[in-house]
Ligand binder design. Structure first.
Ligand code: BGC
Length: 368
């Protein structure tokens, strides 16, 4: 069974949920209902959606989908993004304003997981339900549900793709790699990294994979704000410090597509061959890059599905029903195990891109 630090404490989760009088499943695929004491609320109520800065295409898409989807489900929607620079303060103010306006549910894609306790406490006090969307909110009991793609699985798929890609180019190791992780204020970053390391570490320990720079601690690999320029400058430094001689870089673990493209830009700028680079999000430019044989892999996390499932959760709460959840053990936010609904991510390489995006009107044509 998989175990990351964040996913430990299964027994505690079960007890906590039973304590709330809730059906509980230890089997992550099994569906069950989450905690919820909602008596329901009027159908045309306000639903707030507070999203982080537009650091990747999925967030841009999510905003539009929420605005339209909530409206066609009969709700009033207030969809806000945190600004590019003052992200935390912006998001805090936006959530407070949603509470003041009487939102019955507030869906939050946290810009900083640990900085929202005051705002969600106020939401809770006002009787609103809080759903953490894509990114967990930490150190508060006031988050009711979490909905996301299975982030740990994303990391595992990235780690395995990195190995597969390197093996395809050079069947025998040792392979030399570098590791990148996402922004430290995003709870997902560590989960992605832990998932990837669960696959890579056994090979690192055996000496089949070597991290050229020796930088294996998540702190050393983190890219603040998920910003492309920060990834590019870290890769520039690594190339100068570690790969200016004969040493060849075979692969780079990149947590998402924006950073993958920045890493590739850096390597090309230094006149080096492009290594195997992983990604995530199925961004248009990365899918093009994969089809052109440059970026090796991405992850398909269909935002349309995630938003649709979130709106279903909101509809259940509106009716006073318990939303469907399928995980009661993985996401300990430091104060509670948050009942979660996790969707399965899909790994995409050039080989399966046509199949993976067959139902995506924007991406399917790129794979022809
Ligand atoms: C999301 C990723 C995204 C990243 C940067 C993460 O929390 O899960 O899909 O690439 O944020 O926006």
């Amino acid at each position: 069974m998989r175990r990351g630090i964040i996913r430990g404490i299964a027994a505690v989760g079960a007890v906590a949920l039973l304590g709330l009088g809730t059906a509980c499943s230890n089997h992550r695929e099994g569906s069950t209902s989450g905690s919820g004491d909602a008596k329901g609320f009027a159908k045309n109520s306000l639903v707030g959606v507070a999203l982080p800065a537009k650091t990747s295409e999925n967030w841009v898409l999510a905003g539009d989908l929420f605005t339209n989807g909530l409206k066609s489900a009969g709700f009033k929607a207030d969809v806000q993004y945190a600004g590019a620079s003052t992200t935390v303060a912006d998001q805090q103010a936006q959530i407070s304003s949603m509470v003041t306006k009487g939102a019955k549910v507030i869906v939050i894609g946290a810009t900083d997981a640990s900085q929202l306790a005051t705002q969600v406490a106020a939401a809770k006090q006002a009787g609103a339900k809080v759903i953490a969307y894509d990114r967990l909110i930490t150190n508060t009991k006031d988050v009711d549900y979490y909905i996301a793609f299975d982030n740990y699985k994303v990391g595992q798929l990235q780690g395995q793709a990195l190995i597969n890609g390197m093996k395809a180019k050079k069947p025998k190791g040792p392979w030399t790699i570098e590791l990148f992780s996402g922004s430290p204020d995003d709870n997902n970053s560590k989960v992605f990294f832990d998932g990837a390391m669960s696959v890579l570490k056994p090979l690192i320990d055996k000496g089949d994979i070597v991290v050229g720079s020796g930088q294996t601690a998540i702190k050393q690999t983190a890219i603040q704000g998920w910003k492309a320029e920060n990834a590019q400058s870290r890769m520039d430094s690594l190339l100068t410090s570690t790969y200016n001689g004969k040493k060849k870089l075979d692969g780079v673990l990149s947590p998402n597509d924006t950073l993958a493209r920045a890493i590739i830009t850096s390597v090309k700028g230094a006149g080096k061959p492009v290594p195997v680079v992983t990604g995530q999000d199925s961004e248009v430019e990365s899918v093009k890059s994969i089809m052109a044989g440059e970026q090796y892999s991405t992850i398909n996390k269909d935002t349309r599905k995630l938003v649709a499932e979130t709106i279903k959760m909101v509809q259940s709460l509106q009716k006073g029903d318990k939303p469907q959840i399928n995980d009661t053990k993985s996401y300990d936010n430091g104060s509670k195990i948050v009942p979660s609904y996790l969707l399965p991510p899909v790994i995409v390489t050039k080989e399966n891109a046509a199949e993976a995006y067959a139902n995506d009107p924007q991406l399917a044509p790129l794979t022809k």
